[in-house]
Design a binder for this molecule. Structure first.
Ligand SMILES: [Zn+2]
Ligand SMILES: [Zn+2]
Length: 164
């Protein structure tokens, strides 16, 4: 829960607004996998009967793995989002004068998630045969050489193991 108290704002006139600043630690929103603290800046506007309008911008970074070599990657995140939170009705999102911004912040951050995080655009990845990180240099195996060499080895080792 990322609660923001809006009780005082709702007792103000329609159109009244206030700003807030939150620092969210990675353990507060564990499902996001934040790399470090997320800064949330927001502006809340009282819409009277219609509730509260929230506009936020978030800034921080998420920790991911490179899709090619699995090295840790820090993906910077910068996003804005807007939403109106109803004060009454079937989907009341303001409970006891507190507005929970967690779903809104989660969505804003996850929309920035890259489909494939890469440690660098030209990451060479890891060799599918020997597992060596090819960013550190070539591993020496090529597809043509390795497979024929491994086939006879398998034939020799297979039956021997079964006899034991
Ligand atoms: Zn990589
Ligand atoms: Zn290799």
């Amino acid at each position: 829960m990322l609660g923001v108290v809006v009780g005082a704002l709702r007792r103000h006139e329609v159109g009244a607004h206030e700003e807030f600043e939150l620092r969210v630690a990675p353990q507060d929103l564990p499902e996001l996998g934040l790399a470090d603290d997320l800064r949330v800046h927001g502006r809340l506007t009282n819409l009277g009967e219609e509730g509260i309008h929230a506009a936020i911008d978030v800034e921080g970074a998420i920790a991911r793995e490179c899709a090619r070599c699995l090295a840790p990657v820090r993906v910077p995140v910068r996003a804005t989002s807007e939403e109106t939170f109803g004060a009454s009705g079937p989907w009341t999102s303001i409970v006891e004068d507190t507005l929970d911004l967690e779903p809104m912040v989660n969505e804003a951050v996850l929309l920035e998630e890259p489909l494939r995080a890469l440690c660098r655009p030209d990451c060479a990845g890891i060799c599918p045969t020997c597992g060596k990180d090819l960013n550190e240099g070539p591993c020496g195996c090529t597809d043509d050489e390795v497979d024929p060499r491994l086939e006879p080895l398998k034939k020799l080792l297979g039956p021997r193991e079964e006899k034991r």
